[in-house]
Design a protein. Structure first.
Length: 88
């Protein structure tokens, strides 16, 4: 049976966790695939400087693994768990 999420490219999704400040400023929800929390981007207080563009740092665990809804990816626990299993 084909997994319902098999069309999600987890490798490609990874890039949305970097240099994402311009997008997160407009998002109302985002998720961290390190600690699997889903929260509002206004909770993000720290951004790393990646070549002049901010990369969000998770406010809960201090890791740059935050993906916003404007990525077009599903900000769900299931998706974050898949990302976590692939990248951590
Ligand atoms: Zn986190």
């Amino acid at each position: 049976m084909k997994s319902e999420n098999s069309e999600l490219d987890l490798s490609n999704a990874h890039k949305y966790a970097f240099q994402n400040k311009p997008y997160l400023l407009h998002d109302s929800i985002c998720g961290c695939y390190h600690c699997l929390k889903i929260f509002s981007p206004i909770e993000i207080t720290r951004y790393a400087d990646d070549y002049g563009i901010g990369t969000a740092i998770c406010p809960y665990y201090g890791v740059d693994a935050v993906i916003g809804e404007s990525s077009g990816l599903p900000i769900t626990k299931e998706f974050l768990e898949k990302m976590h299993n692939k990248w951590f």
